[in-house]
Design a protein around this ligand. Sequence first.
Ligand SMILES: C[S@@+](CC[C@H](N)C(=O)[O-])C[C@H]1O[C@@H](n2cnc3c(N)ncnc32)[C@H](O)[C@@H]1O
Length: 196
Amino acid sequence: MWDQRYSSEHYVYGTEPNDFLREQSGLLAKGGRVLCLAEGEGRNAVFLAALGMEVTAVDASEVGLAKARRLADEKGVHIHTEQVDLADYDPGHERWDAVVSIFCHLPSVVRQRLHQQLVNALKPGGLLILEAYRPEQLDYKTGGPSSAEMMMTEATLKAELDGLHFDLLESTVRPVIEGTGHTGQGAVVRLLALKA
Ligand SMILES: C[S@@+](CC[C@H](N)C(=O)[O-])C[C@H]1O[C@@H](n2cnc3c(N)ncnc32)[C@H](O)[C@@H]1O
C-alpha cells in the first residue's frame, strides 16, 4: 500500500520537515546519531542531516526510501536508509542520541513492543521526539489512519514509554498542512521524552 502511495513523482507529505520537529530541533546536538522511524520519503531525516546530524531513516517502503535518498542528494546531504518492518525491528541498545517518530502509526501491538524497545535503544540523555494523531482525528478527516487503534493518546504513550522522563506531553488541535497527505486541522498528541 505505501509503495503504491509513494509511487508518484510528488512527495506525499511534502519535502519540508514536520512543524513540531522543526520547533524542537534545537534540542538535538550536532553530530548526534538520530533514528527516524517510519520515515517514508525522508523529509524529516533530510532536514536533520542538513543540521549536521548522522541520520538513519527506517521504513517498510523501499519506494519511499528511494525518494528519501533522492531528496538527500538534492539537498547535498547524506542519510542512511534501511528497509525494515517495525514489527520485527531491533533498534539496538543505547545506540541513539535521539529517536524521531512523526506520524508513525502502527497496529497497537506492534507499537507497544516498539515503544518499549525505544527506552532501551536510547543512550542515557537521549531524546524521543514524537507527534502522532489522536483518535479524535477520525472526526477531522484531514489525514492519518482510518482506525483509532493505530492512533495514540497521552495515556497510551505514558504507559508504553515507561522508563522515560516526559518533558512535554500534550494534546492539541493544530493545522497540519503537509503535502497532499495531511491537509488541515488535526488532533495530535506530541511529546518530548528523555532517558535519564
Ligand atoms: C504517515 S507516513 C509518515 C511518514 C513520515 N514519518 C513523515 O512524517 O513524512 C507512515 C509511514 O509508516 C510506514 N510504515 C507503516 N507500517 C510500517 C511497518 N510495519 N514498518 C515500517 N514502516 C511502516 C509507511 O511506509 C509510511 O512511510
